[in-house]
Design a protein around this ligand. Sequence first.
Ligand SMILES: Cc1cc2nc3c(=O)[nH]c(=O)nc-3n(C[C@H](O)[C@H](O)[C@H](O)COP(=O)(O)O)c2cc1C
Length: 224
Amino acid sequence: MSKIDLYFNVTKVQIKDCYYLQDKGNITFTELLYLMGGNTERSILFDIKMNDKTVIIYSSVDGHTLKICNKIKDQLLQSNPNIELFSIDDFKEDVTNYDKLIIGASIRYGVHNKIVIDFINSHKKKLDSIKTAFFSVNLVARKSEKSNPATNPYVIKFFKTIDWTPTIVEVFAGKLDYKKYPFFDRIMIQFIMWITKGPTNINTEIEYTNWEKVKKFGMQLGNM
Ligand SMILES: Cc1cc2nc3c(=O)[nH]c(=O)nc-3n(C[C@H](O)[C@H](O)[C@H](O)COP(=O)(O)O)c2cc1C
């Protein structure tokens, strides 16, 4: 729970013995005071939950992980205004300023960016004191048999080499866009695709991401 929050989520109001649901959603402190002062009944109890403060941190090279993060951010913003988004390179805040921290990172040549691993290692204790989630974005996850954290080789390897157990872990299939890649990268990805029976035509641009799965993950994050 945050120390300073200007928004409150009011879902229940009790007047005398009578409970009734008054879904006010997110209201500001001023609105809350107005709501309390404006009622003349003697005993008023508000079921008030302060909004969690959430930060989403991404490591993205071609912008697809960032796109997924933005989808999640927009989804979470519908019920909580306290959502922040940072590139891992720019994140300099204290982890414990947040109730929830989500890291999204893409795979390049078999690994997540080293900065992600360094960040987790150097913030391990603080990360363990709040709710956390991690998701990986890679092309191998386009195959159904490698599309969940227990079967995706990069996620399995990642958690074997790192001492961190997030509250939620997920994996999403990424984007293939040959035209965006420099020559060497294109040849390499074409080769990997050829081996794994994927598309090799250089005009290919495919988003393999299952957006319904992203939405479900977003819902899990909201309830985490
Ligand atoms: C140079 C390069 C190397 C990649 N290496 C892998 C890989 O080893 N395994 C894999 O599953 N996907 C690999 N990918 C696919 C990316 O993980 C995928 O395109 C993802 O959507 C990229 O996300 P980003 O735009 O956030 O960096 C690679 C992509 C590129 C361009």
